[in-house]
Design a protein around this ligand. Sequence first.
Ligand code: NAD
Length: 284
Amino acid sequence: MIIDGKKIAQDLRERLKKEINQLSASSIKPGLAVILIGDDPASHIYVKNKEKYAKEIGINSKVLRFDTSIQEKNLIKEIHQLNNDKTFHGILVQLPLPSHINPKKIISEIIPAKDVDGFHPINVGNLSSGNESLVPCTPYGCYLLLKEIIPNFSGMHAVIIGRSNINGKPMAQLLLKEDCTVTITHSKTKNLKEICLTADILIAAAGKAKMVKADWVQKDCVVIDVGINRIEENGNKKIVGDVDFENIKEKVKAITPVPGGVGPMTISCLLNNTLTAYKKIVSN
Ligand code: NAD
């Protein structure tokens, strides 16, 4: 089975749109502020899509664009202004940042209540402690895709390839919370293939094109491919995941394609986080 991330992401946006439409006409709309620095083409595409889908479902979205030369202290001032701005309930700083700006410092300046990327140490700590928190968008999207296929994860073995703060680690926390047995693997892991063969759920988030081969997975495995890798094949440029999709898709229980799997979920989960942040802020 191919998991249709595009459709599941669209359904989520429809639900969010309905909820936003039902807000009373007099109340302030949910607002998302995105900070974009420099001219990285991939970042520009991501931000354009975030803006487009936010508008589509009724979120008031604004992109603040800055030159690469912006100083860290001035960026922090902008964030402080957004922290105090009642029209924005979500703040997102598009990564990567120029090398003279420390992303950890910048993220920690966003108030946790508006940290819709879920990267602030307070949100990271709350997620790890099993408390209510804003959850990083990509792993949350993976979790929702898995839920479509497996209603109850209890006792299943989930193997995660990659231990980054934005993917592997929060993914592990979400699955632990659902009583999965979780193995996090990374670039120094030995016997990766053998570990993957024990997975009921396999999340690939290494950023290595087609590294997971057909003989790495067992037939009942549900495979979620987070990787986005730009490669050239037979003279054509294309985007592929971390999984050798063509050779695995017939073998496993379910798998996400790239593109059209996790990617669309990431944006829908960002919008979901923005609405969650909004509801919490306006109810306080
Ligand atoms: P990262 O570079 O921060 O982390 C990669 C992780 O993979 C590291 O923990 C590393 O140890 C591990 N790794 C690398 N090579 C490995 C190997 N050969 N075997 C086992 N583990 C290995 O990357 P990231 O930011 O977590 O992103 C990972 C991938 O996910 C990238 O392709 C990125 O483009 C993609 N991504 C997709 C989305 C989406 O919305 N679909 C969002 C974010 C990132």
